[in-house]
Structure formats: structure tokens, C-alpha cells
Design a protein around this ligand. Structure first.
Ligand SMILES: *Cc1c(COP(=O)(O)O)cnc(C)c1O
Ligand SMILES: [Zn+2]
Length: 418
């Protein structure tokens, strides 16, 4: 695996060889960026070598990933990624935008964006011969690790807060993972997982801790690049267009960092003309990263998180610094939305056939606010990510709509309510 040459600390820039470290920088705990051998990749591949690959999953981008082929053909592991992009002309018109699309990550095998990270983690676990993989999770990361592991018979242990939505806990259990519910917050589960991994020799997937999660998440950037390259002209976007603006909901900050990393990889290969503008969206009650962004610093001050969007409810974001940079270095910004705006976004996407969980609809809520604030112009092409399925949290979904009437089984009763 010569293309994977090591890691670079995002805080102190120290470089490490692949065998020297496993998780974060030993000096100050900084997140590690995976470094690839861009020179040899550039010599070996042209964009067409990637665009011409047949596999319709994130494994299409295997040449740009730091893991070997994990096998598992014909299983859900090979079905992660390659999610559809929908055009939203009705909402675009409402918002006064020329071009608006939504990439629907709820179509992943376990119904959230987290499958991208977990698929690559499972590949890494197989490469290093890890017997057990463990993660802390608000639900989706765990479901993804449980599902991707189940696909290839890998053992998985999941720590989640006992308050995780029942559908997510059910998913973990049904996939056959060892599920441990913690009487505490996600942050408590996170710290416990790190300790347990060290104690029992497990391979730890924790978001914003294991450098390979961002490598899985970057495949969304590759798909956006490929989709934009091939569908741009069809959609009538001129080649002189402003760069694509991408809206991403942010909790720990690993999705937004991973997407940024994907575009940086493409830039390093000389395959990307314009860096997209990346806008992070946080819930008002869980906005530690947005706070740092707007304070003009990279210092992340923990908060006491409270939001209906459980997947982005985080006291201390574990990938905050890179998440701030993802927006700062691409001309983006951070937007904060209320729980009420998140519920409205769920209700706005539903009638288009997109069922989003609160954290998934948060990105669209951010777009609505960004338009109102003038952060997005009418000719900006915009892509919103829906990161998770509404089936994950039915209780929240019911708060976004009015209840259905219950009637006597008579036509008269039907007439009355019509
Ligand atoms: C995890 C998650 C996010 C946020 O990702 P981070 O890497 O924590 O910022 C957003 N939406 C959904 C549905 C998620 O599961
Ligand atoms: Zn460091």
C-alpha cells in the first residue's frame, strides 16, 4: 500500500509513518490527516480512470483510499456511498435560487452518512487484523459500524447514551453488535470507549479520533466532484458559474472535515478546478464549532448541548479545528438554526419525497437561513446534504407535522374532515 505514506498532525504539523501512531497526535491530541503519495497517484491515474470505474459505491474511489480492497462483494459493505442527487426546483424557486440539489445520504445501507466512515474503518480493521472494532455513537455511527461489520462477520461493540432514539438502538441490536448503553452523554460514552479500547485491545472507530473516518467521509466529496463534472452542463450551469456551495450539518465536525479533505485530495491531484464553498450548519443548542468560527479562532470551547437533532448534539466536538478550517479555507461560513427551524425543514423536504432525521434536515434549515442572511446569492449553485433518514427518529418527525385525524369508519365522517 505505497499510496498511504503516513499522517500529519492538523495542529503541530508533525508527520508520522503509518506504523508510528494509530489515533491522534501523541503530542497534543491533534487530529491526524492521512497523507497519500499524491505524486505517484498523479502519475498513475487520470480523472477518467476513476470516472470509468464500474463499481457504484464508494469503493469506486479505492485508488484514492488508504486501505486495500476489503472484499465482501455482494454484501452491504459494497453498497455504501454512491447516493443519489435530487434536483429541487420547487424549493429553489421558493428560495429564489437558480440551482438547488440535495444529495440523499439516507440511501446508505444503514440509512445515514456514517456508512462511508464505517465501511473504510472495517476495511482498515481487516487489514490490521483487528478482532473487535468499537465505537461510541449517538446512534448512527454505531448502526453504521454494526451494519458494515455484520456484512463481513467482523465483531463490533457499540457504546451509546441510553437516551439514543429507540430506532437507532433497535438497529444496533438487530445487526448483532454488542450494544452497551451508557448512563451519561455521548461525550461520556466517547471517553469510556477510548479507555475500553486501550484496556481490551479493541480497534476504536471513534469519530474525530480515528483518522480513517474522514477518509471514508471524503468519498462524498469525490461523488460530488464526479456528479458536478458530468451533470453540470446538462443542468444548464455555465462553466463560468460561481463555485458550488455545499451545506453540511455539523456535530463533531468530522463529516465537514472529511468532505474538505476529499476536495483537498482532488486539488492536490490537479483534478479540481474550483474549491467548493463549504457551509457548516449547527443547532443553536449545540454550536461549539460555529461559536469558534464566528469568534475568529480555532479554540473550541465545550458547551452543554441541547437540541432535538441528537446526531449533532455534542458538548465537545472532537474534530472542531478541522471543521472550522473547512469553512474558513473555502470561503464558507457557519449558520446556526433553532430546533423549530429544523422541524420546519423536515416538513419542507418531506413533500419532495425526502424523509430526513432532524440532523439531516439541519443542512436545509441552514440554507433557508443563509438565503435570508444574504450568505447565498441567487446564481450560486447549491447542494444540500441530507445526512440521515427520518425513520431513525420517528418521535421527532411527528413533531414536524400535525397529527392525522382518527375517525369512525363511515363515509360521513370522511366528508366531515375533508
Ligand atoms: C453524525 C451525523 C452528523 C454530523 O457529523 P459530524 O461528523 O459529527 O459533524 C450529521 N447528521 C447525521 C444524520 C449524523 O449521523
Ligand atoms: Zn500534533
Amino acid at each position: 500500500m505505497t499510496k498511504f505514506v503516513g499522517y500529519r498532525c492538523s495542529l503541530c504539523n508533525t508527520e508520522y509513518l503509518p506504523g508510528q501512531v494509530t489515533y491522534t497526535c501523541p503530542k497534543e491530541g491533534g487530529n491526524l490527516d492521512v497523507v497519500l503519495d499524491y505524486e505517484s497517484l498523479r502519475r498513475k491515474y487520470q480523472p477518467d480512470d476513476i470516472l470509468g470505474r464500474k463499481e457504484e459505491s464508494l469503493w469506486r474511489y479505492l485508488p484514492l483510499l488508504p486501505v486495500p480492497d476489503p472484499g465482501g462483494e455482494g454484501t452491504p459493505l459494497r453498497a455504501a456511498g454512491w447516493t443519489p442527487v435530487f434536483s429541487l426546483p420547487r424549493l429553489a424557486a421558493e428560495l429564489g435560487l437558480g440551482h438547488l440539489w440535495l444529495k440523499d445520504e439516507s440511501r446508505n445501507p444503514t440509512a445515514s452518512f456514517k456508512d462511508r466512515a464505517s465501511a473504510v474503518i472495517v476495511a482498515r480493521a481487516r487489514e490490521i487484523g483487528a478482532e473487535v472494532v468499537v465505537t461510541a455513537s449517538t446512534g448512527n455511527a454505531g448502526a453504521a459500524l454494526a451494519g458494515m461489520s455484520a456484512a463481513v462477520g467482523q465483531k463490533a461493540v457499540i457504546f451509546a447514551p441510553k437516551t439514543a432514539p429507540p430506532a437507532k438502538v433497535a438497529q444496533l441490536l438487530v445487526y448483532g453488535a454488542k450494544v452497551i448503553l451508557v448512563n451519561g452523554s455521548y461525550d461520556d460514552a466517547f471517553d469510556l470507549t477510548v479507555e475500553a479500547a486501550a484496556e481490551f485491545g479493541w480497534y476504536c472507530r471513534n469519530t474525530g479520533y480515528n483518522p480513517f473516518t474522514a477518509e471514508g467521509k471524503k468519498t462524498a466529496a469525490f461523488e460530488i466532484w464526479e456528479w458536478y463534472k458530468t451533470s453540470l452542463l446538462e443542468a444548464g450551469v455555465s462553466t463560468n458559474h460561481p463555485p458550488l456551495t455545499i451545506f453540511v450539518s455539523v456535530g463533531d465536525g468530522n463529516i465537514i472535515s472529511g468532505i474538505h479533505k476529499g476536495f483537498k485530495d482532488l486539488l492536490a491531484l490537479g483534478w479540481l478546478e474550483k474549491m467548493p464553498r463549504i457551509i457548516g450548519v449547527q443547532a443553536e443548542g449545540s454550536a461549539a464549532i460555529a461559536n469558534a468560527f464566528h469568534a475568529g479562532t480555532e479554540k473550541i470551547i465545550p458547551i452543554s448541548a441541547k437540541t432535538i437533532a441528537d446526531s449533532i448534539s455534542v458538548d465537545l466536538p472532537r474534530d472542531g479545528v478541522r471543521a472550522v478550517r473547512a469553512s474558513r479555507e473555502t470561503g464558507g461560513t457557519y449558520i446556526q438554526v433553532s430546533d423549530d427551524e429544523i422541524l420546519k425543514a423536515i416538513a419542507a423536504l418531506g413533500p419532495l419525497g425526502v424523509f430526513a432525521e432532524p440532523a439531516g434536515a439541519t443542512a436545509y434549515a441552514g440554507l433557508v437561513k443563509a438565503v435570508a442572511q444574504g450568505a447565498v446569492k441567487s446564481d450560486d449553485p447549491v447542494l444540500v446534504l441530507n445526512t440521515g433518514s427520518g425513520l431513525k427518529d420517528v418521535r421527532a418527525a411527528m413533531q414536524a407535522v400535525s397529527a392525522a385525524p382518527v375517525i369512525e369508519p363511515t363515509l360521513e365522517a370522511v366528508r366531515k374532515i375533508l
